[in-house]
Design a protein around this ligand. Structure first.
Ligand SMILES: [Zn+2]
Length: 187
């Protein structure tokens, strides 16, 4: 196998990613893509997030395997902001998704795929939005219930209303200085 040209391109070199791609053709030419996509181009993903700020680092390698199956090996990295379901505070989530997708022209052909692949069903020859395949994989990688890994305090429970704060104050032993203050104001 001849790696040639793509082998000498440093992997840190970022390209401007094409908006639309023809995956079958890219597999035939063995194209590699490396670049960034704004999260703002992925509305189905960002509706589960706190905001659409940031970028996804996208690496894709298209090729054909030894039995002629066209595939795309992808790696997508992004830091996204979500709400922790335990403390209801925002938290950053680091997503790092690896995928190996085989392109098939119909659902019937999915069964014949080698088991290392997930299917990428492309039923017509229309160009595909590059961002949509990245978006699909990132959505699949989101945890169902995002939570801080460390034990996070339920901050909200302590600041719901003034009443609760007062209760907490009462339970605390009064500091000697606070007692002094009340004595002073009485004179
Ligand atoms: Zn939390």
């Amino acid at each position: 196998m001849f790696y040639g040209f793509s082998y000498i391109i440093p992997s840190i070199m970022h390209q401007k990613l094409p908006k639309e791609i023809d995956p079958f053709r890219l597999a035939q030419t063995g194209l590699k893509l490396d670049g960034e996509l704004p999260l703002a181009t992925m509305p189905r993903l960002t509706k589960s997030l706190q905001n659409d700020e940031g970028v996804v680092n996208v690496k894709m390698a298209f090729d054909m395997d030894e039995i002629g199956t066209p595939y795309m090996r992808g790696n997508f990295i992004a830091s996204v902001s979500v709400i922790c379901e335990r403390c209801m505070e925002p938290m950053m989530l680091d997503l790092d998704v690896d995928c190996l997708l085989a392109m098939v022209s119909s659902e019937r052909k999915v069964e014949g795929l080698a088991e290392q692949y997930d299917p990428w069903i492309l039923e017509n020859n229309d160009p595909v939005l590059l961002s949509s395949v990245v978006e699909d994989e990132l959505i699949l990688s989101l945890p169902l219930v995002p939570r801080h890994e460390e034990v996070c305090l339920p901050d909200e429970a302590w600041s719901v209303g003034d009443d609760e704060n007062e209760l907490i104050e009462v339970d605390k032993p009064a500091s000697p200085f606070a007692v002094l203050e009340t004595l002073k104001t009485k004179h």
